[in-house]
Design a binder for this molecule. Structure first.
Ligand code: FBP
Length: 549
């Protein structure tokens, strides 16, 4: 198979491990834990895995471990570094006992249920070291939520002699990992379950998990592209670029890219929600920045728009939730309707007066996109809603109105972009390559030590990799109760952008200046070789959050 010159060099990159993982490891128990909220409910639901202690690894003395087989699953959207988690697990297992085997379940959690798997041998692993993508075994979004699925898991694990599963996924997949760990303990099935924090969205983090893997690389890729666009904008001086950035709910990606590139505008969904802003207020803010820059003769700029924005504008959130209900309860009638217009008329009759008014005020393409199929969890597929185009259209209208009123005299010509899939499978940055490999290695040690219901953790990431602290965090510690599809469910608390957090506070202290002055930063492409100050830096979000800790 043909590979690029970079791939060839990258294949021999040896990810950096924390000191404690370089030789024999000793596990040190910390304090017993509690869930972040709803302790009584979570305790009741997870009697076997609740309250377990935090674990940190230290250098220990050599030990022998019995041979064991382990299964690994990639769950949900791709994120750079997944292959390194798997190679970290593989190398960790082989170091513990060369007879250990690793099986990969194919195409996500569905592979466990449908008994589709492959044995991951050294040849396969070597082909994928330090590469982006999840193609080594594929991923999927099948939800593990029924005991029949868990039992199918027991069947295949028994057949293959698997004593532990590693689930590499986001908040929902790790919630499932914990449910599975609890169920297997209840059934005395002899199968441990360990989670690993994955998602480019950056919203699986907390006191103990400093970042989810993939966020670093994806943000660096998007920031490179934004920087390139800014250089073009500043050269041609004729376009406003509206750039939508992936991240289903949280605005971490947009915020990190803003910190890296200093654009003129970056909307933060969590702020819009907290301030209860209307769509018109968001449009007005953008139009005001365009107007202020036009006064300085600068009819160009960049605006970063988080993918999830539409669901954070309170009135649109209500509209979307009404649409979800109408569509879920009238599935067959909706499917029978031939055109988008028919669908629009059908749902319009079922909306409340306020939501109907909002729905009618949206551009037609957005109305139709809001009527498109939902994802397997019943959510709008926000990556398919062209929020950036909608905002361009609405800003254009507002500026035309202001021109008539003499409030605006510039010219407005806009380009739209959406960056998401461009970054999800990029070759992992050194940070992600090292972090992921360390997470995988950590998972193998947790398994060998008989742990279950834990998420592999690597902390102190602001420091150089040798000083990172590996260990395990009980997943129940991250849980609270939330309403899902009308029922209260235990779930890992999602980390949205906090408005008193250091990254947002820093951004707010700078954004007015960045809005009017052209203060662009051009980060350039990810560097895989060269000085550590260029190659190994974590995200600005992580550095600001961990400052002083
Ligand atoms: P995960 O949370 O599963 O990591 O996926 C995140 C994400 O990349 C979001 O940013 C995006 O909205 C969504 O997946 C896109 O999903 P799909 O891959 O199904 O198009």
């Amino acid at each position: 198979m043909a590979i690029s010159a970079l791939q060839k060099e990258r294949a021999v990159y040896a990810p950096k491990l924390p000191k404690s993982l370089r030789g024999a490891v000793k596990l040190v128990d910390g304090a017993a834990t509690n869930s972040v909220a709803d302790q009584d409910d979570i305790k009741k639901l997870f009697p076997h895995t609740y309250g377990m202690p935090l674990i940190t690894f230290e250098t220990g003395s050599a030990k022998t471990y019995n041979a064991m087989n382990v299964g690994v699953i990639l769950s949900g959207g791709q994120a750079p570094g997944g292959h390194n988690v798997i190679s970290g697990i593989f190398d960790g297992l082989k170091k513990l006992n060369s007879a250990n085997k690793l099986y990969g379940f194919l195409a996500g959690p569905g592979g466990l249920v449908d008994h589709k798997y492959v044995e991951l041998t050294a040849d396969i692993i070597d082909e994928y070291r330090n590469t982006g993508g999840f193609d080594i075994i594929g991923s999927g979004r099948t939800k593990l939520e029924e005991t029949a699925q868990y039992d199918k898991g027991i069947e295949i694990c028994n057949k293959l002699g698997i004593k532990a599963l590693v689930i590499i996924g986001g908040d929902d997949s790790n919630t499932n990992a914990c449910v599975l760990a609890e169920y297997y303990l209840q059934k005395n099935a002899g199968i441990q379950v360990i989670g690993c924090p994955k998602t480019i969205d950056g919203d699986l983090k907390n006191e103990m998990i400093e970042t989810s893997f993939g966020f670093d690389t994806a943000c660096k890729v998007y920031s490179e592209l934004i920087g390139n666009i800014q250089r073009d904008a500043n050269s041609a001086k004729k376009y406003w670029h509206f750039i939508k950035l992936m991240g289903r709910s949280a605005s971490h990606i947009g915020l990190e890219c803003a910190l890296q590139t200093q654009p003129n505008i970056c909307i933060i969904s969590e702020e819009v929600e907290a301030k209860q802003q209307t769509l018109d207020e968001v449009v007005t803010y953008i139009a005001e920045v365009v107007t202020a820059r036009a006064k300085n003769g600068e009819n160009f700029g960049t605006a970063l728009i988080p993918e999830g924005l539409i669901e954070f504008i309170p009135s649109l959130k209500v509209l979307i939730s009404e649409l979800n209900d109408v569509m879920a309860h009238n599935e067959s009638e909706m499917n029978a309707l031939q055109t988008n217009n028919d669908k629009f008329l059908f749902v319009s009759k079922k909306l409340t007066e306020n939501s109907l008014r909002i729905f009618e005020s949206l551009p037609q393409n957005i109305q139709f996109q809001l009527l498109a199929d939902r994802d397997p969890h019943g959510n709008v597929q926000v990556s398919k809603i062209e929020t950036e185009r909608m905002l361009i259209e609405m800003v254009e209208k507002k500026l035309a109105q202001w021109k008539k009123e003499g409030k605006y005299t510039g010219s407005f010509s806009a380009q739209n972009h959406f960056f998401g899939y461009e970054g999800r499978c990029a070759a992992p940055s050194n940070f992600d390559a090292d972090y992921c490999y360390s997470l995988g290695y950590t998972a193998s040690v947790l398994i060998a030590e008989g742990k279950t219901g834990y998420m592999a953790s690597v902390q102190n990431c602001k420091d150089s990799a040798e000083n990172w602290i590996a260990g395990g965090v009980p997943i129940t510690m991250m849980m609270n109760m939330e309403r899902r599809h009308g029922h209260m469910k235990p779930v890992i608390q999602k980390a949205l952008v906090t408005l008193d957090g250091a990254p947002y506070t820093y951004f707010v202290s700078k954004r007015d200046e960045w809005a009017v002055k052209t203060s662009y930063v051009y980060p350039g492409p990810i560097q895989y070789f060269g000085p550590s100050s260029v190659c190994d830096q974590p995200t600005k979000t992580l550095l600001l959050e961990q400052e002083g800790k």
